[in-house]
Design a protein around this ligand. Sequence first.
Ligand code: PLP
Length: 330
Amino acid sequence: MADAGAGPTFPLGSWPTPLEEAPRLAAAIGLAPGDLWIKRDDLSGLGGGGNKVRKLEWTIGDAIAQGADTVVTTGAPQSNHARLTAAAAARAGLDAVLVLAGRPERAGSGNLALAGLFGARVVWAGDVTHEDLAEAAREVAGDLRAAGAVPALIPFGGSSVLSARGYVECGRELLRQAPDLHDVVVAVGSGGTMAGLVAALGAERVLGVDCGALDDPAPVVAALAAPVGPVAVEAGRLRIRREQVGAGYGELTEPVARALDIAGHTEGIPLDPIYTGRALAGLIAAVADGSVAPGRKTIFLHSGGLPGLFGHPGAVAHAEAGLHAMPPRS
Ligand SMILES: *Cc1c(COP(=O)(O)O)cnc(C)c1O
């Protein structure tokens, strides 16, 4: 994955990830059967998979180049990024410390259970703002340094100008797999994934679906995309849908619950309630309002997140309600 002159990467994933046709899902959402393809970045290999693996190849490579022995990062309690940072650190022989918003809770569920298996240590930061969470991580890094460790900080969601290169590479991979792609639909959290795709494919071909992790994602995505792309990206030219956030990041909305059912029932592919479910709900809305049209190749980027489903009580209850019991045999 190395990009000449951009510094060392540390190999973590299995590339290229598959691009699979999804004809039954296409038909269910109003596209023609050959229109819709799923980029399986949920199958990126490490630690349960997901989009953070491509970004971590850059940030872990950078941490190793700096001589770090420990990585420190932040996230929500069910952060996929924190889980995959723990896995990446294990693979690279580094310690991982996860500074998570909230209080100790349900450590046996979803992403937290996996982070435990990967040997991460957790610091609970309480109810904090974004800024306070970043400050808490800097303080943890300071304590580690005072104790003789060499910590490297990995930013929120793993998104930085450096790590967005992982999704520039994904954009190039997509152009090799589907040279005629018209739209790539992607969930937006901390912004690095969309930013890299925009840098590789141009703003017109990338449709972001905001998941509510940032107050205003467009300027963040533009800033992360600008230094890696061929030309500066204006925030106003980005295509970002914001109607899927609902009452907030953690909420399972009705359109998202429907999207989880549609993907599961038509293709046997699980989506998660926070990111990929919102991305598909956003695609369904985009087909309904004509901003994504039949007859053109649309790529749905599956960015992973399945462990988060098992850490989300509302999504688990929704899944349970969908289990149709057979009548008992007489
Ligand atoms: C983090 C995440 C995203 C969003 O990626 P960003 O680069 O943070 O915008 C999308 N999907 C899943 C499953 C994620 O974990």
